[in-house]
Structures are given as C-alpha cells and as structure tokens.
Write a protein that binds this ligand. Structure first.
Ligand SMILES: [Zn+2]
Length: 50
C-alpha cells in the first residue's frame, strides 16, 4: 500500500490517502474529501515513502 498526499481542489486541504495504485500519471482524482464531506476533485501532490 502506497500513501499519497492529495489536495482537494474545492477546500484546498491536503490529506493522506493510502492507495493500491500509482497516481503518477493522474492529474486529478475524483474522491471523497473528509473536509468537504463529499466527492470532489483532488490533485495528487506527492507520494510518501514507506
Ligand atoms: Zn475538500
């Protein structure tokens, strides 16, 4: 499992998502935001080292 820092494009908060796939090639990710409490677009910021 890899962890990625995502930034929500709506509230601009950054949070960590454990994912089983590589987000390198993705410009954005539609996912549930724990701050907005709804699905929003997120920008992958960087991958965390294990
Ligand atoms: Zn948000």
């Amino acid at each position: 499992m890899t962890k990625w820092i995502l930034r929500c494009k709506e509230c601009k908060n950054e949070w960590v998502l454990p994912v089983s796939f590589d987000l390198n090639k993705m410009k954005e990710l539609y996912h549930y935001c724990p701050y907005c409490k709804k699905n929003t677009f997120h920008e992958p910021i960087k991958r965390l080292e294990d």
